[in-house]
Write a protein that binds this ligand. Structure first.
Ligand SMILES: [Zn+2]
Length: 297
């Protein structure tokens, strides 16, 4: 990659084929590797105005689109579809930042066989996925269990709730695709289920301990979440450790199937937890109404 190419408007000599649903940053990183340079060097050479390729997955200016489509012989619409730029604010909060939290090992093996080793599809960053939409198999946890061939179904302590988790995953997909039949936004409900509360402990209710709204439905959730309580935050659903995701999706599917369970949950939350839960339940109603209006049937 020589300097005389720097002001050149010609496309790259070799443009790699993206894998299905590949993230823009992943595609660019693979090009950098192909040309034997680092990601920041490649970004500078492309004159993208940022050394950090992963920021392009969330923010992409017109000039960057023009530059990339010229150098990579790719039309702008296809480029934008490789990012989360078009995501609504609701789905944007469910996109995991930082290290890729999950992967489909079957797809990763296929990418390697097809010469696209290390490619990252967009759904590996979606905080509501437990299965791969490309091949249907269960995803694997890449943070806590990077070296195992096992999937989330085996490694999550909530693997026993798998069928309900699949129902929860399908609910979020339907909602994001514009299904207007929801009375409550399942995305806001996910937040509501992660609201922290206190639970009475001991014979006379002394020594309260921390719990979560979801723990009313799935008591093991409280037990397993307590040691990592700082990582469980209703304002950051995407940062929930992936091993807890099957529980959250299972709880969501129960709440959507029978909204009366939300009353039982409210009754089990107290003080600030109850106020936050009620506020988010109301938000779920407002969001579902707004979504129905923006996607008229
Ligand atoms: Zn797959």
């Amino acid at each position: 990659m020589t300097n005389d190419l720097e002001n050149d408007h010609r496309p790259l000599p070799v443009v790699l084929r993206p894998v299905a649903d590949e993230l823009l940053s992943s595609w660019l990183v693979r090009h950098a590797a192909y040309y034997g340079v680092t990601g920041p060097f490649f970004a500078k050479w492309l004159r993208l105005g940022t050394p950090n390729l992963s920021t392009l997955d969330h923010r992409l200016g017109l000039e960057q689109v023009a530059r990339l489509s010229e150098k990579l012989r790719c039309d702008p619409v296809t480029l934008i579809a490789m990012t989360f730029v078009g995501a609504t604010s609701q789905s944007a909060e469910l996109i995991c930042r930082g290290r890729v939290p999950q992967m489909c090992r079957a797809c990763a093996d296929r990418h390697a066989r097809e010469g696209a080793s290390g490619a990252v599809p967009r759904h590996w960053r979606k905080a509501w996925r437990v299965t791969c939409p490309a091949c249907g198999v269960a995803l694997s946890d890449t943070n806590e269990r990077p070296n195992t061939r096992e999937t989330l179904r085996e490694t999550s302590p909530f693997g026993g709730l798998w069928r309900e988790a699949l129902a929860g995953e399908a609910i979020i997909e339907r909602f994001l695709r514009g299904d207007c039949s929801f009375e409550l936004s399942p995305i806001a409900l996910m937040r509501a289920l992660l609201v922290q509360t206190w639970r009475p402990f001991g014979a006379n209710g002394c020594n309260p301990i921390i719990g979560w709204a979801l723990g009313t439905l799935i008591p093991e959730f409280d037990e397993l979440a307590r040691p990592i309580k700082r990582r469980i935050n209703h304002a950051a659903v995407a940062s929930l450790p992936i091993s807890f995701r099957p529980a959250l999706l299972a709880g969501l599917s129960r709440a959507i199937a029978d909204p009366a369970v939300l009353n039982a949950i409210r009754d089990e939350t107290i003080l600030r937890g109850r106020r936050a839960f009620e506020r988010l339940r109301e938000q779920a109603r407002i969001d579902a109404h707004a979504a129905a209006k923006s996607h008229p049937t």
